[in-house]
Design a protein around this ligand. Structure first.
Ligand code: NAD
Ligand code: UFG
Length: 337
């Protein structure tokens, strides 16, 4: 049985991926400092699988504890989700972001190298395409960063490319996620943002549950059919399944691989509001507000490479994403608290 270390496994995408891994016969060890998640998410996972998940509360910046962790376990691969992800906060606290994401990843890579663990799946982001001029975005398109968060993702991608070119025993998959939403269909695990959500879907579900009054739609004057911003929303369970495909590829093929993980479909903010109403029967009151600084008008993926090389494509619709987000939010109005 292959043993996988999942860093950031208590978080939104990490918890869903941990579940998929276990359900597909992998042994998983979770490492997380719980800076943006709660231990309750792992309790819920244990309830879903009916078993224990080894958990270590370790910070990526605590190299000594990571060395010990790698001594205690014989990992076949690492899926590296751990990182800070709030764009606005990264603008306010760039050093904190570079330290946590970049230094933290360097620590992990050094410990992996010294332990002879050289298979890595990394959580990158569509943010590495910067402010894209044209969608659909292809993996070999131009890369740039428009905020410190994006710069950490791009820097880590560069480090990982250099690492692979220096030594081909490093097998690496760079997965560029588009907009992950939804929740496991059980409603036991889901996205639990701190404070007022920045992202669209958790904001919508918090309006629906009555915690927030109305949605502010940032901009209705974009060059899009209805004037609102277009994104590629992907169900977190489809995204989690993409990680299994990426991992299987690393176990069978040498290389450094880069994939967009999205649906390939662009949806506007108003499309999301309407899909949510259709899926749940709940009307979301909204007003149009000025554009949010830094937002692109249109951003969606060309997913043909992942489909061709990984044999992966999404199965869940916008309605599924809305239904499952709502199922999670309505069962857990205060998240994991
Ligand atoms: P999340 O915040 O729910 O999960 C990240 C986890 O990492 C959290 O549990 C947090 O406690 C942990 N963590 C952070 N810093 C750590 C450190 N120094 N040591 C140990 N643990 C640490 O976020 P998520 O949405 O699940 O995202 C997972 C990854 O995917 C992140 O790297 C994120 O940048 C990337 N990503 C997310 C999105 C998105 O929209 N959710 C989009 C693209 C990429
Ligand atoms: N939006 C609103 N109102 C809100 C929140 C969002 O109208 O309250 C709009 C945004 O303007 C945008 C769309 O909904 O048009 C999606 O916004 P999100 O904040 O949900 O997602 P982003 O595409 O802005 O950002 C996400 C991740 C970032 C990542 C980026 C690119 O949150 O971390 O995708 O991958 F950098």
């Amino acid at each position: 049985m292959k043993q996988i270390l999942v860093t950031g496994g208590a978080g939104f995408i990490g918890s869903h991926t941990t579940l998929e891994l276990i359900q597909n016969g992998f042994k998983v060890v979770v490492m997380d400092n719980l800076s943006n998640s709660k231990i309750e998410s792992l309790d819920r996972l244990e309830k879903l699988i009916g078993g224990k998940i080894p958990f270590y509360q370790i910070d990526l910046l605590d190299k000594e504890s990571m060395i010990q962790l790698f001594k205690n376990h014989d990992f076949d691969a690492v899926i590296h989700f751990a990182g800070l992800k709030a764009v606005g906060e990264s603008v306010q606290k760039p050093l904190y972001y570079y330290q946590n994401n970049v230094t933290g990843t360097l620590n992990l890579l050094e410990v992996m190298n010294n332990s002879g663990v050289n298979n890595l799946v990394f959580s990158s982001s569509a943010t590495v395409y910067g402010d894209p001029e044209e969608s659909p975005l292809k993996e070999d398109g131009p890369l740039s960063s428009v905020n410190p968060y994006g710069a950490t993702k791009l820097t880590i991608e560069n480090i990982l490319r250099d690492l692979h070119y220096s030594d081909s025993k490093w097998r690496i998959s760079l997965l560029r996620y588009f907009n992950p939403v939804g929740a496991h269909e059980s409603g036991e695990i889901g996205e639990d943002p701190n404070g007022i959500p920045n992202n669209l879907m958790p904001y919508v579900t918090q309006v629906a549950v009555g915690k927030l009054q109305k949605l502010n739609i940032y901009g209705n004057d974009y060059e899009t059919p209805d004037g609102t911003g277009i994104r590629d929303y992907i169900h977190v369970v489809d995204l989690a399944k993409g990680h299994l495909k990426a991992l299987e590829q690393l176990f069978s093929e040498e290389g450094l691989f880069t994939y967009n993980l999205g649906t390939g479909q662009g949806s506007s903010v108003l499309d999301m509001v309407h899909a949510f109403q259709e899926a749940t029967g709940i009307n979301i009151p909204y007003t149009f507000a000025p554009r949010r600084p830094g937002d692109a008008a249109i951003c969606y993926a060309d997913v043909s490479k992942a489909e061709r090389e990984l044999g992966w494509k999404t199965e869940r619709t916008l309605i599924d994403m809305c239904r499952d987000s709502w199922n999670w939010q309505s069962k857990n109005p205060n998240g994991f608290e």
